[in-house]
Design a binder for this molecule. Structure first.
Ligand code: B12
Length: 424
């Protein structure tokens, strides 16, 4: 646990290898998932006259093309780790296998530093493996570990074998992600702001980015222009937590520029949009700009639950947003609505009611199984009945926690709810 920011800021003339580890999980899909923080960091380091390389164990192992620039991920069934022994679901390793990672590491010039990123807290097995394999090939090279897991579980990440665990936000200007390090980037991850001004009980955005930081319009546009100039990139996914907040000042001017400068690009919002913001004009702007797939954050139609979500939306607002989107020309299959399931104290009936409500508004629902995220009020609530959550981040796994470990929702009931969301 340390702050390597001053060191990163001063680093010049070094060779740096960035690694996105393989993922060990029950399920994982390429929902336009790129290691954005690491890619920003590599670009920033290169601007300081360092030489950078990337080993993305997920992207490099991917194959068949899917819709909207995504790819099918390499996947192999593996034995379950001990805490999941009794969970009757298949467990997989996504991305390159050990032999392939070793081969690729050996083919690279010896770096002066290795930067390993991390995603979900419960993906640490892949992180540990990446550090171990790196140390096997480059035993004397210092390894820095950063990313979501490192920041939310710094103590646990101390056991990764990395030399430095970066648990704070590096205060380094991020200009654009180094997407040209991919042979076939496929799509552009875009970000107009870091963090979120809201503070929902189940979300760690405030912990990861204590201040809501908006990027300049010109900066985001420069970033987009560069990424759209890369071979074959016709799709872009926004990673923002609060894309539509203050939309008149930020989002609308951005869209105006995007339409005129990059016609034909298709946009996606895999991270949910705030539905309260989707008034008639906003829906029309989304449509005109070329948004193709929208995910909407409802979480629940239950008012008592909505308070946990900062009161950020109500059923009536959702109905209105849906009406506006439909009127603007979005088809129901383009709009999926996140409904959270498996929270402590949440009844199955309330989840079912939320699903029915969403369908009655002409939209499709997408169940998001709850993952307790350390440092959040929902985590504390979850940990009061399952204290092991504090010791073992694997237990934060959404599939494992919500219906098998917590008993919050039985696997049969969860399946029933999933069936309700299936479409013809
Ligand atoms: C975009 C996003 C997604 C995308 C994909 C992201 C990806 N690349 O894989 C999608 C929509 C698919 C997704 C899905 C889910 N997500 Co999500 N997601 C995010 C989000 C909004 C942004 C991540 C991001 O790219 N940020 C921007 C970049 C710039 O930041 P960064 O990568 O963190 O990097 C920063 C630092 O860490 C540092 N850094 C990064 N790497 C390195 C390396 C070194 C060496 C150093 C020094 C520094 C460094 O640099 C950056 C700037 O500080 C975060 C919330 C957030 N605001 O971070 C949630 C978040 C990570 N997701 C979360 C959750 C809960 C989920 C889901 C489980 C939701 C659900 N119930 O279905 C699913 C899980 C999917 C799965 N397969 O299991 C949780 C974490 C859960 C956990 N236990 O860890 C978060 C924190 C949101 C929350 N609810 O609190 N997600």
């Amino acid at each position: 646990m340390a702050d390597a920011t001053p060191f990163l800021r001063e680093l010049r003339g070094a060779t740096i290898l960035g690694i996105n580890p393989p993922v060990f999980d029950f399920t994982f899909f390429d929902l336009w998932a790129k290691p954005l923080g690491l890619l920003f960091l590599l670009d920033a380091l290169r601007r300081r006259r360092n030489t950078v390389h990337l080993l993305d164990c997920i992207a490099e192992g991917s194959g068949e093309r899917l819709s909207f620039g995504r790819r099918k991920l390499l996947r192999k069934e593996i034995p379950k780790p001990a805490p999941f022994r009794n969970i009757p679901r298949r467990y997989h390793r996504f991305g390159l296998d050990d032999a392939e990672i070793l081969r690729r590491l050996r083919a690279l010039p010896r770096p002066d530093y290795v930067m390993v990123t991390s995603g979900m807290t419960y993906w640490y097995e892949g992180v540990f493996r990446a550090v171990e394999l790196t140390k096997e090939v480059f035993p004397d090279v210092p390894v820095l570990l950063g990313g979501v897991y490192a920041r939310l579980c710094p103590e646990h990440a101390g056991k990764s074998g990395a030399d430095i665990v970066q648990d704070v936000l590096p205060d380094i200007p991020f200009i654009r992600p180094a997407m040209e390090l991919y042979q076939e980037p496929g799509y552009a991850p875009l970000l107009t702001s870091f963090g979120c001004p809201l503070s929902c009980d189940y979300c760690a955005s405030k912990l990861l980015f204590p201040k809501f930081i908006e990027r300049d319009l010109s900066e985001t546009l420069g970033d987009a222009a560069f990424q759209f100039s890369l071979d074959g990139v016709r799709d872009a996914a926004f990673y923002d937590d609060a894309l539509l907040i203050d939309k008149e000042r930020r989002f609308y001017p951005l869209c105006e520029e995007l339409v005129s400068r990059f016609p034909g690009v298709r946009y996606h919002t895999p991270n949910g949009l705030h539905v309260r913001e989707i008034d008639e004009r906003c829906a029309a702007v989304l449509k005109r700009t070329g948004f193709q797939t929208l995910r909407l954050s409802l979480e629940s139609s239950d008012p008592s639950f909505q308070r946990k979500g900062s009161g950020k939306t109500s059923g009536e607002e959702f109905r209105r947003a849906l009406h506006n989107l439909t009127k603007a020309g979005f088809a129901s299959e383009q709009m999926e609505t996140y409904i959270l399931a498996g929270l402590p104290g949440q009844s199955t009936a309330s989840v079912e009611e939320s699903i029915r409500f969403v369908e009655s508004c002409g939209a499709r629902s997408k169940l998001a199984e709850f993952s307790p995220v350390p440092g959040t009020p929902s985590f504390e609530e979850a940990a009061s009945s399952l204290p092991e959550l504090r010791r073992e981040p694997l237990l934060h796994n959404k599939t494992a926690y919500s219906s098998f470990l917590s008993g919050n929702i039985s696997p049969e009931k969860l399946q029933h709810l999933k069936d309700l969301t299936k479409h013809r």
